[in-house]
Design a protein around this ligand. Structure first.
Ligand code: ARG
Length: 578
């Protein structure tokens, strides 16, 4: 008998008992069967269910209902079980004692981080995310990569993994020859001062356009690139300038988003390893020549060749990524490397992952891709093309959040309002992104992102703030009493439902992290706040008689703790007052 403990303590305890009950009723016949317990979909079927009578029925050719009946009769109920019955074709439905559940919730949520298990201890994950390109503004793809990557970063760390967040800047490559020439020829120092990335982009475009009219210009750009790659001092100087100007703009955005990295190793960091990587592919007999280029054939995996050296001798994006994996594996021995980018790079990742496997890399390489975000009127774009400036988007979010705050009657100082507008506005943008399965396309609307009702960041922040205000009132009513120290009595069905849902917090985080889908956690938090709101509508808290009031306040405080912790894992702030 194998019992799958899952990530909910209640399920683990029940699975353990059921495991013994199956063994008591069926002995060797049940050997090797995996026993799993999960929450029921509907409280009318009890609190938890187990479906494992079905596989045993197949194995021993008996009716699953008869098996289920025999299992629940095999042993006396432990203290935690109030009721067990068999439903449908042979589901075992279990109802737990409220008093036992109250104890479990209390223990779970008294633990640090609301009881998240340290499942990742001893394992290193490298998270490659954000990774914008130098001298270009971050586009919507980088925003999603930054927001999703950072949520994964926070979740994995909270689960005890050693996370190395690496911002793999696009800071090397053919565009720099064009950019250096553009910088030398077309630069407007005043504009550069005012908005560096825009100006660098402008000079890049000017220089790029000239390549189309003037063949000699292309040659000069190529020559400048070669000089840069060979370490020419003057070109390196300009290149460093591009990086520092870009980084300071990126840093401003990261600061607004509350994002930080452990490493910021751009593509250039691996430059010295490119030739060696191509040579290794050659000595291992993995590469061949094709029309002057060096390629790795991937027909066996149903993919086009992966070019690792171009016919002009230059290395490309894939070469850098292969070299980067080798370097990361040697230096950090990670168990996983996770890359977060938009869907357009899927083939690139599948190709270079395949090459890495041919080289014997055993680290799990995962590409977490996401669809693009769109406005109802079409793509998220400015006049010219497919970029929307992230800082403009965040400004707009803050402006709109500020309008909502101004419209409410709150006696806040100007500084408080400004800070609050940032937390709500940025939280709204992040949540609009994170609450969708990354692989779905998102249609972004301000109305939905900032809605105070419905599945939005502000809705959850507001739910949290309302609980805080309730706790403040309680503190006035019963001074000096810590709500969480009150005895928790789960007196009615909705209180029990809330407690059962609180028990699912660790499981929501583990599932979200394992699947690299922050949306699983967002869904959980939204469902929790909905249950909370029906509880709050139905059950008076501060006006209830003392023991009930104290218990309900304790439950409210626990809901607030989980909302704060969970939103924190999504990188979303929780102001106490809205
Ligand atoms: N700089 C790339 C881009 O903007 C993303 C890099 C993703 N990371 C990687 N190791 N390839 O598209």
């Amino acid at each position: 008998m194998i019992t799958d403990p899952g990530w909910c303590r209640c399920e683990a305890v029940l699975a353990e008992w059921l495991g013994r009950a199956f063994a008591a009723a069926f002995g060797a016949e049940a050997a090797g069967l995996t026993i799993r317990v999960q929450p029921t979909v509907d409280a009318q079927f009890g609190d938890f269910q187990c479906n494992d009578a079905m596989p045993l029925a197949k194995r021993i050719k008996q009716s699953p209902r008869v098996i289920a009946e025999a299992v629940i009769r095999a042993l006396p109920f432990p203290d935690c079980i109030e009721k067990a019955d068999v439903a449908g074709p042979g589901f075992i439905n279990l109802t737990v004692h409220p008093a036992w559940l109250a104890g479990e919730v209390t223990t779970l949520l008294a633990a640090p981080r609301c009881g998240l298990p340290s499942v990742g201890t001893g394992q290193t994950i490298i998270l490659d995310y954000s990774s914008p390109n130098v001298a270009k503004p971050m586009h919507i793809g980088h925003i999603r990569s930054t927001v999703i990557g950072n949520a994964l970063d926070r979740m994995f760390r909270a689960l005890g993994y050693t996370v190395i967040a690496d911002n793999h800047l696009g800071d090397w490559g053919t565009q720099f020859g064009i950019l250096i020439m553009g910088y030398r020829t077309f630069l407007d120092p005043v504009r550069l001062e005012q908005s560096p990335i825009e100006e660098l982009e402008r000079v890049y475009v000017a220089s790029y356009n000239r390549t189309k009219e003037d063949p000699a210009w292309i040659d000069t750009c190529r020559a400048e690139l070669v000089k840069l790659q060979q370490g020419d001092a003057a070109n390196l100087e300009i290149w460093k300038r591009f990086i520092s100007l870009s980084m300071s703009e990126f840093e401003r955005i990261y600061a607004r988003l509350g994002v930080s990295f452990d490493l910021c190793r751009g593509e250039s960091y691996y430059n010295d390893r490119l030739a060696e990587t191509v040579a290794l592919l050659h000595t291992r007999g993995l590469s061949c020549e094709s029309e002057g280029a060096v390629v790795v054939r991937l027909e066996d995996e149903g993919m086009p060749v992966c070019i690792v050296r171009k016919s002009d001798g230059g290395f490309n994006y894939a070469t850098t990524d292969i070299a980067t994996v080798r370097s990361r594996v040697e230096e950090f021995a990670p168990s996983r490397i996770i890359y977060v980018t938009d869907e357009r790079q899927q083939l690139h990742f599948r190709q270079f992952f395949a090459v890495c496997r041919k080289l014997g890399v055993t680290t799990d390489l995962e590409h977490v891709w996401f669809g693009l975000m769109r406005l109802p009127e079409g793509t998220f774009s400015t006049r010219q093309g497919n970029v929307i400036r992230l800082d403009a988007l965040l400004d707009e979010a803050e402006r709109r959040a500020r309008a909502i705050i101004d419209a409410s009657e709150s006696a806040m100082s100007e500084a408080e309002k400004r800070e609050l507008a940032a937390v709500i506005g940025i939280g709204a943008v992040k949540y609009a992104d994170l609450s969708h399965d990354p692989q779905n396309m998102i249609v972004f609307t301000w109305e939905k992102a900032l809605a105070l009702e419905g599945n939005s960041g502000p809705y959850l922040q507001y739910a949290y703030a309302r609980i805080c205000s309730l706790l403040d009132k309680y503190a006035d009513q019963v001074p000096g009493r810590e709500p969480r120290a009150n005895a928790l009595i789960l007196g009615d069905a909705i209180e029990k439902a809330l407690a059962l849902q609180l028990m699912q917090f660790p499981s929501a985080v583990v599932r979200a992290a394992n699947a690299c889908k922050p949306s699983i956690l967002a869904d959980y938090l939204f469902a929790l706040s909905q249950t909370y709101s029906s509880f709050y509508q139905r059950s008076p808290v501060l006006k209830a008689e003392a023991a009930v009031r104290d218990s309900r306040v304790c439950l409210c405080a626990r809901v607030a703790d989980v909302l704060r912790e969970g939103l924190g894992l999504l990188g979303i702030g929780t102001p106490r007052r809205i």
